[in-house]
Design a protein around this ligand. Structure first.
Ligand code: HEM
Length: 436
């Protein structure tokens, strides 16, 4: 058995997991031994050479600590109790019954958003996709999580969120002018704003709070197993986490769908054909829950976009026991980082891995995808609880977009950077063509 000694700047290898063993210690199927680089990492598209040891030190704990400064009870760390609390709260908010009600809300926000920001199209009908889509997903999150629908309020809120998101994975140097320092300040201002919303909400009768049916109402009125309600600060942190995790990820997926559809016109045509059948071809009608079930091909396209460009590159796990994997000895307590990007490019599971092929997920092929080889939403007990919400949001937006426009990329070979999510370097400018 080899004991694995880290040497400086050793390139870490991707380790396909032996499933039974790693499931038994609570991990997903493909894991990278985690050592973290503290600089911006541009890893796209060669996804398998991006982790390095850092000066012989296993810096496994700085990322979570870093995030705690900007994001005290981070959802994204291995804070197990926080995860359990959140998992208890979210189902009430994103259970099928609730999701049904969101279709109409998401649809009307998408229509209004496209009219306001895409129809006028700027100069030469050119729009930049990523910042616009972020506006859309953020507006949906503000509406559904906090019942904020005033565009001015949303815009005021949006700016510090961008700063916070940019600083989450930054060098943890708290010095004026650094990304990290700006993120801490942004996080403070967001928390103050949300605390104010909470206090305003608490000042009205409980029945009115419940009436709002947003996630804030849910958090204010749902006690834990001991009958205790969440503290204001706790709610604030949960909302910040959800607003970040719940909108940036979906906007990346939509942006990549737009990118691939412009590169692959035959796939665009099939998506359009499917969407024209939705709602029995009647134009102008609002989307219904039943319509979402007719968007199978579009969802396969989204799944393939997430395979090639998973918004989250992976996540941490902690070894709860010593174990050996592929000859490497992993001691208990080590942090491990599983990686979706390299997992999804494994030739054995996804032949011609660089090819965009939505049929991998259709009825015939989808069922033979090996468990834990497709992990854009993670896996196991910590798998993303927002998957169905994200699915709905992505489908609603793509439906509205393809029914209105076809488009072409303005920068044919726009670079993709990963910081920390895959992002077109220029935000993906496209020239829109309205259907006649
Ligand atoms: C396409 C969109 C999304 C993607 C790709 C995504 C991906 C992920 C991934 C990879 C994880 C880590 C899972 C693991 O460690 O096994 C995660 C966790 C999480 N996601 Fe998402 N997510 C998305 C949307 C959302 C939305 C819309 C919400 C909320 C409404 C959400 C809430 C969460 C929460 C609360 C966790 C932490 C779960 C825990 O720690 O137990 N996500 N997500």
């Amino acid at each position: 058995m080899e004991r694995w000694n880290l040497s400086p700047c050793r390139i870490l290898v991707v380790l396909p997991l032996s499933l039974p063993r790693l499931i038994s210690v609570g991990y997903c199927s493909v894991v990278l031994i985690q050592v973290f680089v503290t600089v911006r990492v541009k890893i796209w598209p060669s996804g398998n050479k991006f982790l390095f040891s850092n000066e012989n030190k296993l810096v496994h704990s700085w990322w979570p600590r870093n995030m705690e400064r900007v994001f005290p009870t981070s959802l994204l760390t291995s804070a197990k109790e926080e995860s359990i609390k959140m998992r208890k709260l979210l189902p009430g908010f994103i259970k099928p019954d609730s999701l049904r009600n969101y279709v109409g809300v998401m649809d009307s926000i998408a229509r209004e958003h496209l009219e306001t920001h895409w129809e006028c199209g700027g100069r030469d009908n050119i729009v930049t996709v990523l910042p616009l889509v972020k506006k859309f997903t953020f507006a949906v999150a503000c509406r559904l999580f906090l019942s904020i629908d005033d565009p001015v309020h949303i815009a005021r809120f949006d700016k510090p969120f961008r700063v916070l998101a940019a600083g989450l994975l930054s060098v943890p140097v708290d010095f004026p002018g650094t990304r990290f320092n700006r993120a801490i300040k942004a996080a403070d201002s967001i928390r103050r704003e949300i605390l104010e919303i909470i206090r305003r909400r608490k000042s009205v009768p409980t029945a009115t709070i419940v009436d709002r049916r947003d996630i804030l109402a849910h958090m204010l009125t749902t006690p834990d197993d001991n009958g205790n309600f969440m503290s204001e600060l706790d709610i604030t942190d949960k909302i910040v986490g959800l607003l970040i995790g719940g909108h940036d990820t979906a906007s990346i997926v939509i942006t990549f769908i737009v990118k691939y559809l412009s590169e692959l016109p035959h796939i665009y045509d099939k998506v359009l054909e499917e969407q024209r059948r939705v709602g029995d071809g009647k134009s102008g009608e609002m989307l219904r829950w039943e319509d979402m079930q007719k968007m199978k091909y579009t969802w396969n396209v989204a799944c393939e976009a997430m395979r090639l460009a998973p918004p989250l590159q992976g996540n941490f796990r902690e070894a709860i026991t010593d174990f050996t994997y592929a000859g490497f000895y992993i001691p208990k307590g080590w942090k491990l980082y599983w990686n979706a990007n390299t997992t999804h490019k494994h030739e054995e599971y996804f032949p011609e891995p660089e090819k965009f092929d939505p049929t991998r997920f259709d009825d015939e092929n989808g069922s033979s995808i090996v468990p834990y080889t497709y992990v854009p939403f993670g896996g196991g007990p910590r798998m993303c609880p927002g998957k169905e919400y994200a699915k709905l949001e992505i489908l609603v937006f793509v439906y509205n977009l393809v029914k209105k426009f076809k488009w072409e990329k303005v920068i044919p070979h726009e670079k993709i950077v990963v910081d920390p999510m895959p992002t077109p370097a220029n935000g993906l400018p496209v020239r829109l063509h309205r259907h006649i």
